[in-house]
Design a protein around this ligand. Structure first.
Ligand SMILES: N=c1c2ncn([C@@H]3O[C@H](COP(=O)(O)OP(=O)(O)OP(=O)(O)O)[C@@H](O)[C@H]3O)c2ncn1[C@@H]1O[C@H](COP(=O)(O)O)[C@@H](O)[C@H]1O
Length: 103
C-alpha cells in the first residue's frame, strides 16, 4: 500500500464507527492520545533499528508511519502538506540548511 492510499484511508476513517475501526477509535481520543501513540511506535522502531533485525524494523517502521499520519490527521495536517514541505526543501542539502541558520 502506498503512503497516499494509507493517508486517504486514514482521512476516510474520520467519523467512522470506533467499534469497527482502530483509526476512528484513536482519532476519537484526540490529538494528544494520537501523539502519545506515535511516540510509542517511534520508540519501538528505534529499538529495532538499534538491534538490527531488518524484518522487525520494517514492521515497526510501518507502524510508526501509520501512527505519524494519524497524529497529523488529528491536527488537520495532510500528507499533501508534508509533501509540500519536502518539495520546498528539495535540492537543498541539510548541511547547507544548517550552515544558513542564524547563530
Ligand atoms: N497500518 C495500519 C496499522 N498499523 C498498526 N495498526 C494498529 O495499531 C494498533 C496499535 O498497535 P499496538 O501494537 O500498539 O497494539 P496494542 O498494544 O494492542 O495497543 P494498545 O491498545 O495497548 O494501545 C493495533 O491495533 C494495530 O493493528 C494499524 N491499523 C490500521 N492500519 C491501516 O489502516 C487501515 C484502516 O484500519 P481501521 O481504521 O482499523 O479500519 C488498515 O486497513 C491498515 O491499512
Amino acid at each position: 500500500m502506498s503512503l497516499h492510499d494509507l493517508a486517504a484511508t486514514i482521512l476516510a476513517r474520520r467519523g467512522a464507527d470506533p467499534d469497527t475501526s482502530w483509526t476512528a477509535k484513536l482519532l476519537s481520543k484526540g490529538p494528544e492520545k494520537c501523539a502519545e501513540k506515535f511516540g510509542e511506535e517511534a520508540v519501538e522502531a528505534i529499538i529495532e533499528a538499534v538491534k538490527g533485525d531488518r524484518e522487525k524494523l520494517a514492521s515497526e517502521a510501518a507502524d510508526a508511519l501509520y501512527h505519524l499520519l494519524v497524529m497529523c490527521a488529528a491536527r488537520d495536517v495532510t500528507l499533501d502538506d508534508i509533501e509540500a514541505e519536502l518539495a520546498r526543501r528539495e535540492g537543498r542539502s541539510g548541511l547547507a540548511e544548517k550552515a544558513a541558520r542564524p547563530r
